[in-house]
Each structure stands twice: as structure tokens, then as C-alpha cells.
Design a protein around this ligand. Structure first.
Ligand code: NAD
Length: 461
């Protein structure tokens, strides 16, 4: 391992993280095999189709056919110098991350380890201590296991869905935790990324201000903790803005002005201070809960994180409260929900606020119409338990609606001709739960963290 250079890579799990990782590593020159237990997903990839919506990913993968192969078989592990584990770690009922997929990936890859040096890189977000656990699993399941040749490194992933390519190609930092020899080897794999010597793929140019990522070498445990702490801090920032926003509404201040004002403080910064419907997605809820459950294991309370979670989910009810304030009973009212994905530019529906809104609205007797630019096919499969009418487009969704909730800040919704569209509604009531509308409109517009009057759309009526 000391003097050799990695050439072949296996990526286990071809979801949002695995596909980005496989595409990136193929682009910077490696021979990559993507492995998944889902035969339908692998068949799609083999046909050249990308199973998820991620801007630019299709183009990146399409250009790499010679370096990228897809399979359900673990045999490719034997040839691989570096093996990435990118499987899901969804939360269990008490918030503890479910490690079944990681366990099964490690147990499945172990028999294929060869007698040479190979490193196993964990990219999944896993509880602190999982690196050691995986190392033990490899030991138990591999006839060739040798702890000086087979080492586990934690290399957490920080990509964001919607901007995954650019985040992977031009990361702020690469965190690598584990034995120094194994970390050196992984750093050699990442050299084109660290030195930024690769040619940017079409459509994802290197940002002008970007130079190269910081490289953070740590212990296994610190790397695992860095991922959780980073997500928890971002989640906290959003909940902080939402908590201050709630008070803004009551005292006549405007959270957008307040966030702008405090964000200029270099110690605070502007990002992640937007008040709205709060976070969703597969990571923030799961990782904040994961940290709290790790604390619980050690009898250590984490009240700040618990508060961030409480504030986040309170935002979903706040939107319903705003509706009720205007409409009184929701029974029989036609409510349109615009945006189903947890954020724009993805089709990911995990922990999407729109899910809870639709469920609550139907519970209260409302008749719900929903629309999303890309997530509707997925919703028809994953949200089959919810009752709503899927609209072909946003304009159709608004016709004869008593109110509309903007639940996801898709650019398409910002660009709508709102002045015209409110005329097609039964009642011009817009709950702009992402604070995306800027112009005064001939409608009642409720935003988050701003007193309704502050927005003053009524003046136009
Ligand atoms: P995902 O659910 O989209 O993909 C996981 C894939 O792993 C699926 O295709 C599944 O079929 C496959 N899989 C499960 N068990 C397997 C096994 N034993 N062998 C082979 N394949 C298997 O998950 P994701 O969103 O890509 O997240 C993966 C991990 O990365 C999670 O721990 C997550 O917390 C973390 N992460 C996710 C993001 C994100 O934005 N999605 C960002 C950073 C980190």
C-alpha cells in the first residue's frame, strides 16, 4: 500500500452518493464498478438510464461508458484497490441509524477481499464507532483478511442533492479518517481532485473563485463525528432562523431583513439562515436524531439538537395554522400544494415537508391537488398512501383552489405569472412557505417570519 497507486475502484450502493462518487472517480480517470442489490436499478444503469434526478449526472455518466460498469455481483471487489461503501443508513423508529445495509454490504464484500492491499472507504453517514465495527465484520467474513492490508477509512460525503456534481468536483474539504497509511492511499486516489488537475466536465465548470479542497486527516472516529456535527450545525442554523422568524411575525419585524443584517457578520454568514418550511430530506432529520441517540447511549443529553428538531417540525404545523386562520374550517376546501420534493432540483421525497402537509390537510377534510416539476412519478409510487390529485402543471393545479401552499422553492414556481394565476383561483390566498415571492400580488400572501401586513399584498387589491 505504501508505494502503490490505486487504479480500480468499486462503489457499493448506487443511490445519490454512490452514483455521484462513481461518476466523479470515473471522470478523474479510474476504472469503476458500481454494485447494487437492486437489480432494477442496475438494469437501468446498464441501459444508460439514470434512476434519480440529479442535474448533470446523466451527462457525466454517459461520457464514461468505458470506465464505468454496473453489476449486482460483488465479484468486482476482488479486483478493486479501493472499495467505497455508499449504502443508505435510514433512521430506525427511535432515531438510531439502521446499520443493516452497511452490515450486509461489509459481509457481502468480505469474501471477495484478495491477498493484496485494499482499503474499504465508508462514505455512508454512520454512528461513531462503525468503522471499527466494519473492520471486525471483514475480519469475521473474509478468509484473506489481514489487518495490515485491509483497512477501513471514513470519508464522509458532503454533497447536496441538486448540486451534487459541483459539490463532488469542487468540495470545500475532503475528510479522511483512519490509519495514516490507508489515508495516504486514499489521498493518492483523490490526487486529481486535491490538485484539481482534471478537466472539468461539460456543464460543471470550475467556479472562478475555487482553488482546491482542504484536506482534513483525522482518526476514524473524528471523521465519523465531523459528518454528524456538520449536518447538525446546518440544521441548527435553519431552525434558529425559523425560531427568530416566529418572533419576527409577532413583533412586526421581517426575518429576511434580519437574516440579511446578521449574516454580514463574518462569524455568522448568510447561508442557511432562510426562514421557511424548514429542512427535510434524507440527512438533517436522520443525522440530528442519530446524534441525539448516540448521546442517549452515553447518558448525555443534547438539548440544543432536540430543540432544533422541534422547531423544524413545528414549521409544518405553522403553515396549516396560517391556512386555518384564513379559511377557518378546511373541510371541503381545495388546497393546492406546489412542490413535493424536499428541495428543488431533486426528486428525493424523503422527509419532504409536502408529505406531512398533504397528510394533515386530508386529515382535516381538505381536497388536495399537488404538483412537482420532477418528483410526481416517484410520489405516485412512494406516496401511494396519501390522497391527492396529481396536476399536470402548476397552472392547472391552481384552478379553483381556495389556497395554494408553495412547499418547495422550485425556480419554475418563482417564474410563474402569479398575478394572472391568482385570478383562476377560487380565493386568492397564497401561503408562500419558502418566501420566494417578491412582488406585491393581487392576493393575500402569507410568508414565514414576516408579519402578513409587512408584505402588504392587500394594497394591490
Ligand atoms: P440511497 O438510498 O439513495 O442509496 C443507497 C443505495 O444502496 C440503494 O440503491 C440501495 O439499493 C443500495 N444498497 C443497499 N444495501 C446494499 C448492499 N448491501 N449492497 C449493495 N447496495 C446496497 O442513499 P443515499 O442518499 O445515496 O445515501 C447513502 C449514504 O450517504 C447515507 O448514509 C446518507 O446519510 C449519506 N449521505 C447522503 C447524502 C444525500 O444527499 N443523499 C449526502 C451525504 C451523505
Amino acid at each position: 500500500m505504501k508505494n502503490s497507486f490505486p487504479q480500480r475502484v468499486a462503489v457499493i450502493g448506487t443511490g445519490y452518493v454512490g452514483l455521484g462518487t462513481a461518476g466523479l472517480l470515473a471522470h478523474i480517470g479510474y476504472q469503476v464498478t458500481g454494485i447494487d442489490i437492486d437489480p432494477a436499478k442496475i438494469a437501468q444503469l446498464q441501459r444508460g438510464e439514470v434512476p434519480i434526478h440529479e442535474p448533470g449526472l446523466e451527462g457525466l455518466l454517459a461520457g464514461q461508458e468505458e470506465r464505468l460498469t454496473w453489476t449486482t455481483s460483488y465479484e468486482a471487489i476482488t479486483e478493486a484497490d479501493v472499495i467505497f461503501i455508499c449504502v443508505g443508513t435510514p433512521p430506525g423508529p427511535d432515531g438510531t441509524p439502521n446499520l443493516n445495509y452497511v452490515t450486509s454490504a461489509a459481509a457481502s464484500l468480505a469474501p471477495f477481499l484478495n491477498g493484496h492491499a485494499q482499503i474499504i472507504v465508508n462514505k455512508s453517514t454512520v454512528p461513531i464507532g462503525t468503522g471499527d465495527y466494519v473492520q471486525r465484520l471483514l475480519e469475521d467474513h473474509s478468509p484473506n483478511f489481514d489487518e495490515t492490508r485491509h483497512r477501513v477509512v471514513s470519508n464522509p460525503e458532503f454533497l447536496r442533492e441538486g448540486t451534487a456534481l459541483s459539490d463532488s468536483l469542487y468540495p470545500d474539504r475532503l475528510v479522511m479518517g483512519g490509519h495514516p497509511d490507508a489515508v495516504d492511499y486514499l489521498a493518492r486516489l483523490y490526487a486529481p481532485l486535491i490538485e484539481q488537475t482534471f478537466v472539468p466536465p461539460a456543464g460543471t465548470p470550475r467556479p472562478d473563485s475555487y482553488t482546491r479542497p482542504a484536506v482534513v486527516r483525522t482518526t476514524l472516529q473524528s471523521a465519523e463525528m465531523i459528518k454528524y456535527a456538520a449536518n447538525a450545525f446546518l440544521a441548527l442554523k435553519i431552525s434558529f432562523a425559523n425560531e427568530i422568524g416566529g418572533l419576527c411575525e409577532r413583533v412586526g419585524a421581517d426575518i429576511q431583513e434580519v437574516s440579511t443584517g446578521i449574516g454580514f457578520d463574518g462569524r455568522i454568514g448568510h447561508r442557511f439562515l432562510q426562514a421557511g418550511l424548514g429542512w427535510g430530506g434524507s440527512c438533517f432529520g436522520k443525522d440530528t436524531q442519530g446524534l441525539i441517540s448516540a448521546g442517549r447511549e452515553h447518558s448525555y443529553a443534547m438539548p440544543i439538537l432536540q430543540a432544533a428538531i422541534d422547531v423544524n417540525y413545528r414549521q409544518r404545523q405553522l403553515v396549516i395554522d396560517k391556512l386555518i386562520r384564513h379559511l377557518k374550517s378546511l373541510k371541503g376546501k381545495r388546497i393546492t400544494v406546489l412542490g413535493m420534493a424536499f428541495k428543488p432540483n431533486t426528486d428525493d421525497l424523503r422527509d419532504a415537508p409536502a408529505h406531512d402537509l398533504i397528510a394533515r390537510l386530508t386529515q382535516l377534510g381538505a381536497v388536495v391537488t399537488a404538483h412537482d416539476p420532477v418528483a410526481m412519478p416517484r410520489a405516485s409510487r412512494e406516496w401511494a398512501h396519501l390522497t391527492y390529485t396529481a396536476a399536470a402543471d402548476a397552472a392547472t393545479a391552481l384552478v379553483r383552489a381556495d389556497a395554494v401552499i408553495i412547499a418547495t422553492e422550485w425556480d419554475e414556481y418563482v417564474q410563474l405569472n402569479w398575478s394572472e394565476l391568482v385570478g383562476t383561483m377560487r380565493r386568492p390566498l397564497i401561503i408562500d412557505a419558502r418566501n420566494i415571492l417578491r412582488d406585491a400580488l393581487p392576493a393575500q400572501v402569507e410568508q414565514i417570519g414576516r408579519e402578513a401586513a409587512h408584505y402588504q399584498p392587500e394594497q394591490v387589491l
